[in-house]
Design a protein around this ligand. Structure first.
Ligand SMILES: Cc1cc2nc3c(=O)[nH]c(=O)nc-3n(C[C@H](O)[C@H](O)[C@H](O)COP(=O)(O)O)c2cc1C
Length: 167
């Protein structure tokens, strides 16, 4: 799939097969995140790749305080943390996550941004027992796996309402 077709056809996926993708494929997705642009090229991000239901449930319990997967039962969960309070933390994390969402779609996988950790207040800074580096905060995360079922129709705002052309 060419890059433009991949961008146009990507959707957020919220239902996954239980099949675990090969680690090599998962790492290709992570590499796409590492290749993202970052403010002043500082690359102060860290990617924590969480494999399998058990590990994911440990994080789910810590964040959600209930027996429910934080990532729609996807077999892979990737947390993107960044040096806490860095000027570019949110922007760079967003670039990395967008690259990973596009790459996963182009590689036949599905993904969706999971905001629960970022939204969890200070817990986002206390993820060190889950391999997030000291001084880093989780700003975003991704569910990843093989999509299960049909993909919904797009619901896009009309271009003429959100695009202005100034000549
Ligand atoms: C910053 C951000 C946070 C998001 N957080 C979540 C989330 O926590 N859970 C979720 O299911 N989807 C989340 N999404 C996915 C959006 O709901 C989704 O991108 C939007 O509905 C458009 O659908 P599409 O990605 O299929 O085009 C998030 C997306 C962004 C950009």
């Amino acid at each position: 799939m060419d890059a433009y077709s991949s961008i146009i056809s990507r959707r957020s996926i919220r239902k996954y097969k239980s099949d675990m993708p090969d680690l090599e494929l998962v790492m290709k997705v992570v590499d796409a995140g590492r290749m993202a642009p970052s403010g002043m090229n500082t690359q102060k991000w860290h990617f924590t790749v969480v494999l399998g239901k058990e590990r994911i449930m440990e994080i789910s319990r810590f964040i959600l305080k209930e027996e429910k997967s934080i990532c729609y039962d996807a077999p892979v969960f990737i947390m993107v943390s960044y040096e806490k309070d860095d000027y570019f933390a949110r922007e760079d994390t967003s670039c990395a996550l967008t690259n990973m969402m596009q790459a996963s779609h182009a590689l036949g996988l599905g993904s969706v941004w999971i905001n629960a950790i970022n939204r969890s207040g200070e817990k986002a800074e206390r993820m060190q027992s889950f391999s997030v580096p000291e001084g880093y905060r989780v700003y975003g995360a991704l569910a990843l796996g093989y999509p299960d079922g049909e993909v919904r129709e797009r619901d896009l705002k009309a271009a003429d309402t959100i695009v202005s052309i100034l000549k």
